[in-house]
Design a protein around this ligand. Structure first.
Ligand code: BES
Ligand code: MN
Ligand code: ZN
Length: 499
């Protein structure tokens, strides 16, 4: 656990292992805090800068030692890049970079000036440092007998006036809630599938709701039979693990007001089923519940932030396995809304469980539905690993989601839905088949799901290429990213009714 403290103490008297400041590229004269420090440090910073040992580039972390007249052991200068490109996300990134470097030399107490606060404001700077720190120092090492625990214990935010203390404290609190939620999503997603079965996920979700003071309900297989959720049950039929249909409800407003709905794909392991996947990297499919993890994490944060919205979160949770009773290519299943679906490929299971989740959401009454899913390998072919793909039937809603992503620096790009693709998933024997061929695979997957939304505003976020990362990158650590959690929280914010 990392503590983030806020102090109005004088920076020259506050003793820590390192004090972090930022410099921009192409600075002609250091002003403000950096200028003051440069004077105290007898022009050390400016001489390193003008000799090009420090350039202010993003990724630069320069440690300067032993200064008489300065209380901290080290002064750390991080590059903030070009002034004109500066934003909140650069603060997250460079805070994470600096802290990982300082962690690698086993430091414990770190203090930060409010990086770039003259450009983005005190609040955004403090919030972004907190988020960069908590996301950046995340580790998933619970199964390592000899874990190298994070050395950093305390982070202190310094260098602002007494009048701003409350603002900075609030920023830290919000940053903490949001990045704790990101890390919760990462934890759930990084767990191996034998430790994160549908039952375990349902139990954890129930505990989170209890702790957070919101409602939860877990429907069992018998309930799913009663609801007529043939599409979800078909996917679940190949596994010994029982499916769980997780429903969480948060009321920040009068209960009578129709809630917003987030649905997350909760495939705790996707072997492909009878249409089995190749062995290479199949273990990564323990993360096929990243969407489910993210919506659970998001509602936790939304409840802690006490946002003025009503929200229902739904996670259809099951394994996709090739057991003896598994569904087979060519089978026909009947979804909750009566739609008959031909199973062309058992590996296209996400759209099946989401179909029934959407019908359930409609049956309880929701205003808008956003589903988040590791749905298609094809989204990586379309957008690579920089953008998640967005689809939807309502331009105002998708615009809102794109904006929310932009505010929190989660990159999202909208792709088309169009009836001209419909024939790709028409079936010879049933209403639809669950595949649409190689062309536009992410679009036909999305449209299949959209068929069940009918006329309510619906959007689908395909995070298959964003939910995991193969190497550390700024505040991301190899493994689950928690991508979409921050967008979901921001989206909920955008629907708040002003207090
Ligand atoms: N869970 C996968 C998609 C996926 C692929 C997620 C890679 C993360 C990384 C999904 O269930 C799947 O298998 N999709 C198929 C669909 C196809 C059979 C129509 C795919 O993308 O190949
Ligand atoms: Mn699959
Ligand atoms: Zn899947």
């Amino acid at each position: 656990m990392i503590n983030i403290n806020v102090s109005t103490s004088n920076i020259f008297g506050f003793k820590t292992d390192a004090f972090v400041i930022g410099v921009f590229e192409k600075t002609e004269k250091f002003q403000g805090l950096v200028g003051e420090l440069d004077d105290v440090f007898k022009n050390k910073i400016s001489s390193l800068y003008f000799e090009n040992e420090i350039r202010g580039r993003i990724g630069e972390v320069t440690i300067i030692h032993n200064f008489v007249g300065f209380s901290s052991e080290r002064l750390v200068v991080v590059g903030l890049g070009k002034r004109e490109d500066f934003d909140d996300d650069i603060v997250r990134k460079v805070s994470a970079l600096a802290l990982n470097k300082l962690n690698s030399i086993n430091l414990k107490q770190i203090s930060f000036s409010l990086l770039g606060s003259d450009l983005i404001g005190i609040f955004n700077s403090a919030k972004s440092i907190s988020e960069g720190a908590i996301m950046g120092l995340y580790r998933f090492d619970k199964y390592k007998s000899k874990s190298n625990i994070v050395s950093i214990q305390d982070i202190n935010l310094l260098g602002f006036g007494i009048g701003d203390e409350k603002l900075v404290k609030d920023a830290v609190r919000q940053g903490q809630i949001i990045s704790d939620a990101v890390n919760l999503s990462r934890d759930l997603t990084n767990e191996p599938s034998n430790k994160m079965t549908p039952s375990i996920l349902a139990d954890i979700a129930t505990d989170i709701a209890l702790e957070g003071g919101f409602e939860s309900e877990v429907y069992e297989e018998e309930d799913m039979i009663n609801f007529g959720m043939g599409a979800l049950l078909g996917v679940a039929s190949g596994s010994i693990q029982k499916p769980k249909f997780i429903v969480l409800k948060y009321f920040g407003l009068d209960r009578e007001l129709t809630p917003l709905c987030f649905i997350g794909k909760g495939i705790t392991f996707d072997s492909g089923g009878i249409s089995i996947k190749p062995a290479l990297n199949m273990g990564d499919m323990k993360a096929d519940m990243a969407g489910g993890a993210s919506v659970i994490a998001a509602i936790q944060a939304i409840a802690k932030l006490e946002l003025k919205i009503n929200l229902v979160v739904i996670v259809p949770a099951t394994e996709n396995m090739p057991g003896g009773s598994a569904q087979k290519p060519g089978d026909v299943v009947t979804a909750m809304d009566g739609t008959n679906i031909e199973i062309d490929n058992t590996d296209a299971e996400g759209r099946l469980v989401l179909a029934d989740a959407i019908s359930y959401a409609r049956s309880i009454g929701v205003s808008k539905i956003l589903d988040v899913a590791t749905l298609t390998g094809a989204i990586r072919i379309a957008l690579g690993t920089n953008y998640a793909g967005l689809f939807g039937n309502d331009d105002e809603f998708t615009e809102n989601i794109l904006n929310s992503g932009q505010v929190v620096a989660e990159k999202i790009w909208k792709l088309p839905v169009d009836h001209d693709y419909d024939n790709q998933y028409k079936s010879q024997v049933a209403d639809f088949k669950n595949t649409g061929g190689r062309d536009a695979g992410s679009i036909t997957g999305a449209q299949f799901i959209g068929e069940f939304a009918g006329d309510i505003p619906w959007a689908h976020l395909d995070i298959a290429a964003m939910s995991r990362i193969n190497s550390d990158k700024f505040y991301f650590r190899k493994g689950a990213t928690g991508f979409s959690v921050r967008t979901l929280i921001q989206l909920a914010r955008s629907f708040e009714i002003p207090k």
